[in-house]
Ligand binder design. Structure first.
Ligand SMILES: [Zn+2]
Length: 101
């Protein structure tokens, strides 16, 4: 069964809304240290047009770590700044739009 995109009305298989949304992204990756010295990686700037839960699921699988979403910001357990860019690129985000702080 085919699905229709709510945004453009085209069949999901030919709709490019997701790709367009990813190209417009300015993703910011930052890092924080919580109490007890726990590191977390924060990914913000993901547009509401993108299925952020799916992105989180894929990141958790690829990084083999825990994570959650708070106010449209992905919070991953651990410091993943070195690998995260490569993985976000593989998920379809343009490299030049990803800023690792
Ligand atoms: Zn669409």
């Amino acid at each position: 069964m085919s699905e229709i995109c709510k945004k453009c009305g085209l069949d999901k298989s030919i709709c490019v809304c997701d790709i367009v949304a990813k190209e417009e992204e300015k993703i910011r990756v930052s890092h924080d240290k919580k109490r007890y010295g726990k590191h977390i990686t924060l990914i913000s700037g993901i547009s509401k047009d993108i299925d952020i839960k799916d992105i989180l699921k894929q990141l958790k699988t690829k990084m083999a770590c825990g994570g959650t979403i708070k106010d449209n910001v992905i919070e991953l357990q651990g410091d993943h700044r070195r690998r995260i860019k490569e993985i976000l690129v593989r998920l379809g985000f343009p490299e030049e739009n990803i800023e690792v702080i």
